[in-house]
Design a protein around this ligand. Sequence first.
Ligand SMILES: Cc1ncc(C[n+]2csc(CCOP(=O)(O)OP(=O)(O)O)c2C)c(N)n1
Length: 513
Amino acid sequence: MNGAESLVRTLVAGGVDVSFTNPGTSEMHFVAALDRVEGMRCVLFLFEGGATGAADGYARMADKPASTLLHLGPGLGNGLANLHNARRARSPVVNIVGEHATYHRRYDAPLTSDIESIARPVSAWVRTCEDSRAVAQEGAAAIAAARAAPGGVATLILPADTAWGEGGEVAAVPALPERAKADEAAIRAAADALRSGEPAVLFLGDRTLRREGLDLAARIAAATGARLMAQVANARIERGAGRHPIDRLPYPVDAAVDRLAGTRHLIVVGTTPPVAFFAYPGKPSELQPRDCAVQVLADPSMDQTDALERLADLVGAPKAAPVPSGAKPEAPTGPLNADTVGLALGALMPEGAIVCDESITTGRNFFPASRFAAPHDWLQLSGGSIGLGIPMATGAAIACPDRKVINIQADGSGLYTAQALWTQARENLDVLTLIWANRSYAILKAELANVGANPGRKALDMLTLDQPPIDWVSLARGFGVEARRVEDLDSFLAAFRAGLSRRGPFLIEVTLG
Ligand SMILES: Cc1ncc(C[n+]2csc(CCOP(=O)(O)OP(=O)(O)O)c2C)c(N)n1
């Protein structure tokens, strides 16, 4: 057994049984080992950003890491933006990067670079193997590092000779340390704040946005009158009919400041206090009022459920809080626009759907419209680095093959990693992609005004994608995905229903004026 095979066996034994790859010469022994080891599913991407974005989407839904396989520094560099998103989502990822043989590095051959330095900003853990016999141990350590709370990217760099040299024994993943528990004094302080009678917000992230956390938070809210609020963008929210709803802060700074106006206590669990995505002249970076006391009760690495349970006990929360009920929207009539499309989504999405949201400006109002939709998960662009949607949907579909994945996708962002559609076709994944073809970088047009810039013709030219118009139907078909373009609401509804009722990848280009 060589080092590569010892690594693949260690990964499979450690529960890492999917690998999102784009390999090269230095990874050939890893690739060859895949044939000798049962139990590892390998999924090829045509660009590394597809592989890393899929690893993020997979981890969010599977709650465990997949591995990547990337080609030296340049391959890692191509995958970096979506590793950034994975880091922001606190997704566990075992990020395997091939490297020149240890003795070849000093020759400075063309693909040589400082891989560790490229990896470090997005990685919670970085290690380069130096000995083929140690590869299995390093692989097990990488799994543990990726899974260690709050979850992160563990980059394991694998020189070619450590892959082809004699391997060691398959290694077991070390036990994970328990998550730290919130301080008793912090729980008491939070309870005091919530019972003060002053306006309070429970600001939630990470695990608290799953069903159990939201139930607990709703009980605390029922006892104290606190409001529940989440970040603008979150890794995964469990929502829809029968689940406690949570509002998200809006993206525009003024609207976010308004939403938190009057709040005197902000209790933060599973995330960090809210800040503006960007600085704007004359606008604040911190979004809560100046006189609001902020308390981080449990950061994302801590046991958030335990913190909410203890807080619920201390404030005398009822055993259960009634879940607000409401009707899901009717299928809409009228013009084709963001509002009617949002209603259609709320009306028609099936139970168990996984919504991968990179809808940027078009989808801002989709979230409220699906509040009483069938129960579903909502995954967002947590790191702000566009080009995640199509890969994330691909990874989510691999993690959950029995669930419908609906990728609500802005066109400009989709074009960063559109070739991941080919992977959806190749793997026959059940992903329905809705492209919002507004043929512009619409959000940036608003941002020009927000930063106080005075755009002329050249500036606006940098933000329009209509010359020539991009033909998504041809693009999708070129990658092997069936597709349809719609220009009115009836055709949209027909195409959407058709896409929902079939299995396998399908794309609808929604032309928006
Ligand atoms: C990797 C990366 N590059 C560039 C940007 C800057 N950026 C933010 S939004 C955006 C355009 C988004 O356009 P589109 O996806 O079509 O959405 P729309 O605004 O039209 O709804 C760009 C280029 C970014 N956030 N991330």
